[in-house]
Structures are given as structure tokens and as C-alpha cells.
Design a binder for this molecule. Structure first.
Ligand code: PBG
Length: 307
């Protein structure tokens, strides 16, 4: 009765990694208990999550090096296994909310989220690629596309492309305030998606900036975002709070790989109690104002709170 914040499995979104092939379940070294699955392994794993009450998932593709190129064309190619995986997952679990990743980096031989020319990111030329990727995912049956690339203007561009292709019901969860953070390391290990040169600081946000998050949010909101995300979560609780206070659409936060890895590693050494620490971390993100939390802890939290 006196608790001000409620956190339940309903608030959680589970990020999972899928790769092409069969019978693959490879643990991600820096993210214990998280795996890269081939689709035949992913489906039963998702079923066990659904049985625990998880009904929101984000799917990330790990792409073979040979399929990457400078224009990320495999991302919207009809033989992309990721699109097939989206189709199969939605077929098997029509009632879940399935979210995607819209960004060039898993498919880019440069390892960047935008087109690279002479070491410079070409913002505007990247937009049509993101648009094609989003439409291809919508055709495959995705419920919510998730542009994680941080190019300016992409929410409006993607909204128009989706609408013109007849997908006006496909929602957009924008990675609105995504910081150039050092906490993405284990994720980049999982997908082998480190930038080949340079860093992502020309398009991801400066960790010292707060007003800029409001500007980014203002743009995304007016361009048609349905949900806005802050990423990472724990070092950016003030930003979550700021967006929640200022906008009337759902706010999500991405409890990123490095944040989870810190707790896994400390718990492994016996320095922290895993269940207590991860529950407190998630609760604090919720208290800051996140309606939804993308977290690798989703399954463990669901197990812990199973009634
Ligand atoms: C890139 C992307 C990243 C994550 C999700 N989408 C990493 C990056 O910007 O390099 C990170 C998620 C995590 O660390 O858990 N499109």
C-alpha cells in the first residue's frame, strides 16, 4: 500500500540475439546466460519466457561477416534470415509484442550505424537505407520497429515510408536519447559489431548533455515516435525522469549490456547478491519514470517473481 513504485514482468522487454543456421546456442562471453540462438533454438527459449509471463521481446541479428557491406544492403534483402525469424516468431507467438533493431551496424562492413565516407557519417544518405529496412521488417510482421541509429530525421522518414507501404499500424520505438556510452561493450561482442574505425560520437549523444536530450525528444515526438527510449539506463536516470515529465507518450529505458555485465561479474565473485542487486537496479529505472525496461535480466526477474 505504501510502496510508490511497482515493477512487474509487464514492464520488461527481453532483448534476444538470433543468428543464421541450425542448432546454435552460443553463450555470449561477456553476458553470461545470454545466447546467440538459431531460430530453431530461439522459439523454444521464447516459449519458456512466455510461460513466465514475458510478452515483449526485442530481436537483434548477428550477421555473418561475408554478408556485410558498406551500404548494409543485406538488411532489406529478401533472403535475410532475420526477416524470416521475425515472421516465424510472430507466427508462433501472435500475442507477444515483437520489436526490431533498425540500424546499419549489424550489416555494415564499417561497423557504423550510418553510411561512412572518408571517415565521416553521411546522415541524410543513410535515411533511405533505414526506411527500406523498416519496411522490410514490417512486411515480415514486426509490431514495433526500433531505430537505434541516432541519425537526425529518421523517425519522420521511417514513419512516411511505413505509411506509404501500407504499414500505418506498425509502431516506432525511437532510441531517442542514446548516449555514446562505454557500457555497450558486451553487446558489440555479441554481434561482432564494433566500429572498424573511429567511434560513434558524431551521432550518439555526449554523456554530459541533458538539454540535448530534450531537443532530441522534441524532434522524435513531432516526427511521430510512439515510444521514446533513453539508453543506457542506470547512469542516465535523470534523463529518463526528464523525458517522462515532459512528454505524454510511453518512455522506455535500455538497461544495456554493460550495466548487466557489472552485476553478473560482481555476483560471480560473491561481491553482490545477484537477485537483490538486479531487482534494485530495475526498480530504480522504473522509479525514474520508465514505463518499459529493455533488460537482459528479464527472464531471471520473471523467474524470481513467478507467482
Ligand atoms: C546499435 C546498438 C547498440 C546497442 C543496441 N543497438 C550498440 C551500439 O550503439 O554500438 C547496445 C545495447 C546494449 O549494450 O545492450 N545499433
Amino acid at each position: 500500500m505504501v510502496e510508490e513504485t511497482n515493477l512487474s514482468v509487464q514492464n520488461l522487454i527481453y532483448p534476444m540475439f538470433v543468428e543464421d543456421g541450425k542448432a546454435i546456442k552460443t553463450e555470449i562471453k561477456s553476458l553470461p546466460n545470454n545466447f546467440r540462438f538459431s531460430i530453431d533454438q530461439l522459439l523454444p527459449e521464447m516459449e519458456s519466457c512466455v510461460n513466465l509471463g514475458i510478452d515483449k521481446f526485442v530481436l537483434f541479428p548477428a550477421i555473418a561477416e561475408g554478408l556485410k557491406n558498406t551500404i548494409a544492403s543485406h538488411s532489406y534483402s529478401t533472403d535475410n534470415f532475420y526477416l524470416d525469424a521475425i515472421h516465424k516468431v510472430k507466427n508462433e507467438f501472435p500475442n507477444i509484442s515483437l520489436m526490431s533493431d533498425v540500424a546499419m551496424d549489424p550489416y555494415s562492413s564499417d561497423g557504423h550505424d550510418g553510411l561512412v565516407q572518408n571517415g565521416v557519417i553521411l546522415n541524410d544518405q543513410t535515411l533511405p537505407i533505414l526506411g527500406k529496412m523498416a519496411v522490410a521488417q514490417a512486411q515480415a510482421g514486426i509490431d514495433i520497429v526500433g531505430p537505434s541509429d541516432m541519425m537526425d530525421g529518421r523517425i519522420g522518414f521511417i514513419r512516411d515510408e511505413l505509411d506509404m507501404a501500407g504499414f500505418s499500424d506498425t509502431s516506432i520505438m525511437s532510441y531517442t536519447a542514446k548516449y555514446a556510452s562505454s557500457f555497450y561493450g558486451p553487446f558489440r561482442d555479441a554481434l561482432d559489431s564494433q566500429p572498424k574505425s573511429g567511434d560513434k560520437k558524431s551521432y550518439q549523444m555526449n554523456p554530459s548533455n541533458k538539454n540535448e536530450a530534450l531537443i532530441e525528444a522534441e524532434l522524435d515526438y513531432h516526427e511521430g515516435a510512439d515510444i521514446m527510449m533513453v539508453k543506457p539506463a542506470t547512469c542516465y536516470l535523470d534523463i529518463i525522469h526528464l523525458l517522462k515529465e515532459n512528454f505524454d507518450i510511453p518512455i522506455t529505458a535500455y538497461n544495456v549490456s554493460g550495466e548487466c555485465a557489472m552485476i553478473y561479474a560482481a555476483a560471480e565473485r560473491g561481491w553482490l547478491n545477484y537477485n537483490d542487486a538486479m531487482s534494485e537496479m530495475l526498480l530504480s529505472i522504473r522509479r525514474a519514470g520508465a514505463d518499459g525496461i529493455l533488460t537482459y535480466f528479464a527472464k531471471d526477474f520473471a523467474k524470481l517473481n513467478k507467482r
